[in-house]
Design a protein around this ligand. Structure first.
Ligand code: GLN
Length: 472
């Protein structure tokens, strides 16, 4: 048996029955890390000794429970893990040691997963390729000349290369789904408010959500069961009843209505992605789901709206990195100089660009013209989704318009921003969405299909995704 091929539930079952030890599991994964990490560079911080120690500890307490018992796990570096360096991919946080666990991390630990490291990311989650990391780019395990996507590119690459079984990422405009799509794995962005953001370094607070990256839909559902739930430490956490997100997996989707967004045709889709979309529609027909066309007329405004709202919120959130409180400190002769020296050295180019855009958009005299206007269009987009969901149970569209691009290929920020055209509208509306693998293009690069579900109806979204995953 190849241990690294097992799903979460299979792995835990085998550990529990005594078939394999946690140490054996960890050793198999470490073997992959030793073989691949120098080329992939998925991790900013890796603690193999500690992981082995933890594995031995779990082997001594096999009677203990946990749905992630012994699962080798990775966490994106903008999510706090107690006593571990948390940099969010930025020089300004180099050397910052987290004094606490994020709620999602606390929950994963409680289920006895083994966190082996913190994964690389675009600085402060701003980017779509992991090239904006202040440290180094991560490479796509499918072809190392290509980007793994971003900003959770390290988490996606670590899962794809089987350096870990599953990982956490964060998704503000697509950062879980787009790298999942580029690497050929599953990525889930939960409904805004379902997973606590406590301990996630804030980028754009009204858009950020933590989500799982996994090998298949079932693993993603198992992880959502672990991390979802009300948390009084997050003001935007929603108190809804606890659900089992695996409950509907395998149940037929006959009669479900799936919407195709008409406006998708306004965008330039790579030919193979068009074919993959058509193939998925065929699969849905085969499963006797009903595919119908819906309209989100304001879809094309999602990108400009996002690039007002996200930088505005980021400019406020990043004001706390001031050379006084965290990480890098460059003391000047006065406070202003301290800010200037610290931020000049600590922040990368993209982060500076966003702070400037955000500060400008929020400044008096411009607020109404930009932030307020963007908020209104955001509401219109959310309303259009709400209308669509009166007719359908889920929406189907590609995760991205193209497959992964080469490292260094995208030269301008605007080109990079355009990558997220199909993922960003989901965050603006606060909806849940999942990216699942849907074959490869001619170069062998993975294609991802995206399903968008109704607010807080992840169990149904996962059911449909599972049917497509297994019904093709
Ligand atoms: N790529 C988008 C951006 O740069 C989204 C990133 C994210 O979801 N964190 O803002």
């Amino acid at each position: 048996m190849d241990i690294t091929e097992l799903s979460i539930s299979q792995l835990v079952k085998n550990i529990k029955s005594g078939e394999i030890s946690v140490k054996e599991v960890m050793k198999s994964y470490i073997e992959n890390i030793n073989k691949k990490e120098s080329k992939i560079k998925a991790f900013i911080h890796l603690d193999i000794d500690n992981a082995l120690k933890k594995a031995e500890e779990l082997d001594r307490m096999r009677e203990k429970n946990g749905v992630l018992f012994g699962v080798p796990f990775a966490v994106k570096d903008n999510i706090n893990v107690l006593n571990t360096e948390t940099t969010a991919g930025s020089k300004i946080l180099k050397g910052y040691i987290s004094p606490y666990d994020a709620t999602a991390v606390e929950k994963v630990k409680k289920e006895n997963a083994i966190i082996i490291g913190k994964t690389n990311m675009d600085e402060f989650a701003m980017g779509s390729s992991t090239e904006n990391s202040a440290f180094f780019p991560t490479h796509n395990p499918v072809n190392v000349e290509y980007v793994p996507g971003g900003s959770s590119g390290g988490s996606a690459a670590a899962v794809k290369s089987k350096e870990v079984l599953a990982a956490l990422g964060s998704d503000t405009g697509g950062s879980v789904r787009e790298p999942a799509s580029f690497c050929g794995i599953v990525g889930l962005k939960p409904t805004y408010g379902l997973v606590s953001r406590y301990g996630l370094i804030a980028f754009s607070s009204s858009l950020d959500q933590i989500g799982p990256l996994a090998r298949n839909v079932e693993d993603a559902a198992v992880l959502l069961n672990v991390i979802a739930g009300f948390d009084s430490r997050d003001e935007t956490s929603v108190n809804i009843e606890k659900k089992d997100y695996t409950a509907l997996l395998g149940k037929e989707i006959k009669g479900k209505k799936i919407g195709i967004i008409k406006e998708i045709t306004d965008f330039d889709l790579q030919q193979e992605i068009k074919s993959a979309l058509n193939k998925t529609v065929d699969t849905l027909n085969k499963l006797q789901a009903e595919v119908i066309e819906v309209s989100i007329p304001h879809l094309k405004y999602a990108l400009p709206v996002y690039y007002i709202i996200a930088p505005s919120e980021a400019s406020a959130n990043l004001a706390r990195f001031d050379g006084v409180r965290y990480g890098l400190i460059r003391e000047g002769n006065n406070l202003k100089e301290t800010y200037q020296l610290t931020r000049t050295e600590g922040f990368g180019e993209e982060v500076k660009r966003r702070i400037l855009i955000g500060t400008f958009a929020l400044s008096s005299g411009y607020y109404d013209a930009y932030y307020l206007k963007a908020s209104k269009v955001r509401r219109i987009i959310a309303n259009e989704f709400e209308n669509a969901f009166k007719k359908v149970d889920a929406l189907l569209l590609p995760t991205t318009a193209t497959t992964a691009f080469k490292i260094g290929e995208k030269k301008s920020p605007l080109e990079m921003y355009a990558t997220d055209i199909f993922t960003i509208p989901v965050n603006l509306a606060g909806l849940p969405a999942i990216s699942i693998p849907s074959g490869n293009d001619k170069k062998g690069l993975p294609i991802g299909m995206q399903l968008i579900g109704k607010w807080f109806k992840e169990e149904e979204l996962l059911q449909i995704a599972y049917s497509i995953e297994n019904g093709g």
